[in-house]
Write a protein that binds this ligand. Structure first.
Ligand SMILES: Nc1ncnc2c1ncn2[C@@H]1O[C@H](COP(=O)(O)OP(=O)(O)O)[C@@H](O)[C@H]1O
Ligand SMILES: O=C(CO)[C@@H](O)[C@H](O)COP(=O)(O)O
Length: 507
């Protein structure tokens, strides 16, 4: 039997899974690490934490599986998108990575728009300049930390730093590179025009591969540390959302998924380059060669629920530890007791600003309508509903763009919650399904590795055989009607507060 490893460098943790060639999980392991917020709206992580988590979890799965190292044919890498990793001439990490949800680059986005018109940015990179994307972060370091920038010899995305650790190669692949704002997205290659306009030396960037292509093999010292073979191939892999698409079988037109991880994403496959002229959703290359995807992003999805749990649910955390159960199971049970609408309580999930639909780095979270009658359970439900209104905004834009979604899957940590899936089904007014294989991005990139190593004929053919539907959640017409009224008010609240957010940011 042949085996494959999928590694997902998420925001909350790295998950490493060893699969057999039939897509069955043999062993999985994960390691959490901190998120640092040095200032309001900033977000950083240490690439060294990702590296340690990856090496430890690989060693664990190889050891526990007792599989012969020669049978582990390939590794696929997935990871949080947009993060900036800078290495010096000795390949040391220069500064902590400024990650996807960091909002410090408002001024740099303005600079980018003054260098080149918004329309041209969209023509080349398929997206307008965005605060969370890598190009604006590079400009921020250049302007604010010139010494760090002058020492920089290599610029990598989070999972591509892991590729460097494993193989010694500086490389990326089209899906993740799309989120750097330096790629010609229709052409699937670096844009010379953009690099020249931003004065970024192309030598800083790695080679761009397609997601299934082999980018190297495991270095002898890493093989020694982890128990892998030096013959094991590392393929391009994908950004976490493009990887989750493969892992949920979203690889053809008409298919889409909603993921609730730290961020929330509504993602639809597209065989054409389809662009929102207003730039509210992103268009990127997908992991399937010759195809793209469109995705709307909620910055603070699972992040909002985790924040609330960490700040206000210490007793649930203790209870879960004592009973050896998942704290989110307690939360889901509480939330299921509260009626739709949370008893006239709304939550705006803008803890880290918002991308879709507002593209506003300055907005922040709000509970609206708090009354002395409300309990913590009302607030928890309001958090989940607020995130779902935001995801619904993403879904509405895809519809407005004429993207026909026949099948909506759910995945990510929050996708495991029946009550959260019900909210999505009610608001989207369509069935929301899960797949039996719950590893999402890790399975997606293991499949890409299998294609790259010649075990599967194509991504689509592998998904056909390996991925099967599991549960289906149907919309409840009464709740759908109720949510429509709440959603209208939810949208109005942002409009009413827009000006006040700017004042808050200036205080
Ligand atoms: N059983 C659950 N029910 C509801 N939400 C959950 C559950 N498990 C995890 N979550 C949410 O999902 C988030 C983690 O999702 P995950 O996909 O693992 O994140 P990431 O890829 O960003 O590391 C948590 O922060 C939490 O908000
Ligand atoms: O910024 C985006 C997509 O544009 C995020 O989806 C990141 O890729 C982080 O993902 P998670 O940690 O939430 O999985």
């Amino acid at each position: 039997m042949n085996y494959l490893i999928g590694i997902d460098v998420g925001t909350s943790a790295t998950k490493t899974v060893l699969f057999d060639e039939k897509g069955q999980v043999v062993v999985s392991a994960s390691r959490e690490y901190p998120l640092y917020q040095p200032e309001n709206g900033w977000a950083e992580q240490k690439p060294e934490d990702w590296r340690d988590a990856v090496l430890e979890t690989i060693s664990q799965v190889v050891k526990e599986s007792k599989v012969s190292k020669e049978d582990i044919k390939g590794i696929g890498l997935s990871g949080q998108m947009h993060g900036l990793v800078m290495l010096d001439e000795k390949n040391e990490v220069i500064r902590p990575s400024i990650i996807w949800c960091d909002q410090r680059t408002g001024a740099e986005v303005e600079d980018m728009l003054s260098i080149m018109p918004r329309e041209r940015w969209i023509e080349i990179t398929a997206n307008p300049p965005l605060t969370g994307w890598t190009a604006a972060k590079i400009l921020w370091v250049k302007k604010n930390e010139p010494e760090n920038y002058s020492r920089c010899r290599h610029i990598l995305l989070p999972k591509d730093y892991i590729r460097f650790v494993l193989t010694g190669n500086y490389a990326t692949e089209v899906s993740d590179a799309s989120g750097m704002q330096l790629l010609d997205v229709p052409g699937r290659c670096w844009s010379e025009e953009v690099l020249e306009k931003l004065d970024i030396d192309p030598a800083l960037l790695g080679k761009v591969y397609e997601s299934c292509e082999v980018t190297g093999t495991v270095l002898p010292e890493i093989a020694g540390k982890t128990g892998l073979s030096v013959e094991t191939k590392v393929v391009g892999g994908a950004g976490d959302n493009a990887a989750a698409a493969v892992g949920t079988g979203v690889v053809k037109d008409g298919t889409a998924f909603t993921t609730i991880g730290t961020s929330g994403v509504v993602f639809a496959h597209s065989s054409q380059v389809t662009i929102d002229p207003k730039g509210r959703v992103h268009t990127c290359c997908c992991a399937v060669p010759g195809a793209w995807h469109v995705m709307g992003v909620t910055q603070g999805a699972g992040l909002s629920l985790k924040w609330f749990k960490d700040q206000f649910c210490g007793d649930y955390v203790k209870e879960a530890e004592k009973e050896k159960i998942d704290v989110y199971d307690i939360i889901n049970k509480e939330v299921a007791q509260v009626e739709a609408g949370s008893g006239r309580l709304l939550y705006l999930p803008y803890m880290m600003g918002e991308r879709t639909p507002h593209l506003d780095p300055d907005c922040r979270g709000v509970f609206f309508g708090l009354s002395a009658i409300h309990t913590r359970a009302n607030m928890l439900r309001a958090v989940m509903e607020g995130v779902s209104y935001s995801l619904s905004d993403c879904n509405d834009i895809l519809k407005e763009m004429g993207i026909d979604v026949e099948q909506m899957m759910a995945c990510g940590g929050g996708g495991k919650s029946p009550v959260w899936r019900q909210m999505l089904a009610d608001m989207y007014e369509c069935s929301v399904k899960t797949v039996a294989q719950t590893e999402g991005p890790a399975l997606g990139v293991a499949i890409l590795a299998g294609v790259g190593c010649g075990l599967y004929e194509s991504v689509e053919a592998a998904c056909e055989v390996l991925i099967c539907e599991d549960k289906s959640t149907e919309p409840d017409a009464e709740k759908s009607e109720k949510y429509k009224n709440y959603h209208q008010l939810y949208k109005k609240l942002y409009e009413d507060l827009k000006g006040s957010y700017k004042i808050l940011a200036g205080l």
